[in-house]
Ligand binder design. Structure first.
Ligand SMILES: Cc1cc2nc3c(=O)[nH]c(=O)nc-3n(C[C@H](O)[C@H](O)[C@H](O)COP(=O)(O)O)c2cc1C
Length: 198
């Protein structure tokens, strides 16, 4: 699929068909992690793939799926593939304390302009969501204030692995009308893109 076509289809899908996806298709989607950029090539992003019915139901329940679900259909629980995307800050500190990096920064760890581990995890999220669309599937991303505890308890995420959220992948179901993406909420392009200077 052409990039512009993928981009035109890019949206947070609000309903999924529960049909399971073939493992090789899931592998292709999560395989984009190998193409994801990372500061200093720290490779701090990670994915936990959850297809197990029971586990998906547990995650959906912990995320309060009932608040999303409409018309007798589930939202999170129906998506056949749930991907927990995480960042690992410790890997960045380790990488930026290696000799080549310290040589460039005068012997002390770089001053982080922003937390690159979350920047990179966000970039990974976008790659995964677009890769799903490229497969003819649909995708979405949701978060929960307690997601660190939830995925620690349900999936055994280690302490230093911080989930940024949950990607939902599957065949598109019939979407309810858009809520947060209403046209009148859209900010003017000139407020978003600045030429030459702010
Ligand atoms: C970091 C991030 C967190 C989000 N968290 C949620 C969420 O918890 N629940 C939800 O329904 N949508 C969530 N969304 C989806 C946004 O609501 C959605 O991207 C936005 O309304 C624009 O719609 P679109 O992505 O379909 O263009 C999240 C999106 C991002 C990028």
């Amino acid at each position: 699929m052409e990039f512009r076509e993928i981009l035109a289809r890019r949206r947070m899908q609000r309903a999924f068909l529960p049909d399971p996806l073939p493992p090789d298709q899931i592998e292709r989607v999560v395989g984009v992690i190998r193409r994801a950029p990372s500061g200093g090539f720290s490779q701090g992003g990670s994915i936990v793939v959850v297809t197990d019915d029971q586990k998906r139901a547990e995650i959906a329940a912990a995320f309060g799926d009932e608040h999303y679900s409409r018309g007798g259909r589930n939202y999170i629980a129906d998506a056949p593939v749930l991907l927990v995307l995480s960042a690992n800050e410790a890997l960045y500190h380790a990488r930026y304390n290696e000799a080549d990096k310290l040589a460039a920064t005068g012997g002390t760890e770089v001053t982080w302009p922003v937390p690159y581990w979350f920047v990179d995890a966000g970039a990974l999220m976008m790659l995964v969501l677009l890769a799903a669309i490229d497969e003819g599937l649909a995708s979405a991303f949701v978060g929960h204030p307690e997601q660190k505890r939830i995925f620690g308890e349900l999936l055994g995420l280690p302490d230093d692995v911080v989930p940024i959220g949950l990607a939902l992948i599957g065949k598109p179901g019939e979407d309810p009308p858009s809520g947060s993406r209403l046209k009148e909420r859209q900010r003017a392009r000139d407020d978003l893109v600045h030429w030459q200077r702010w």
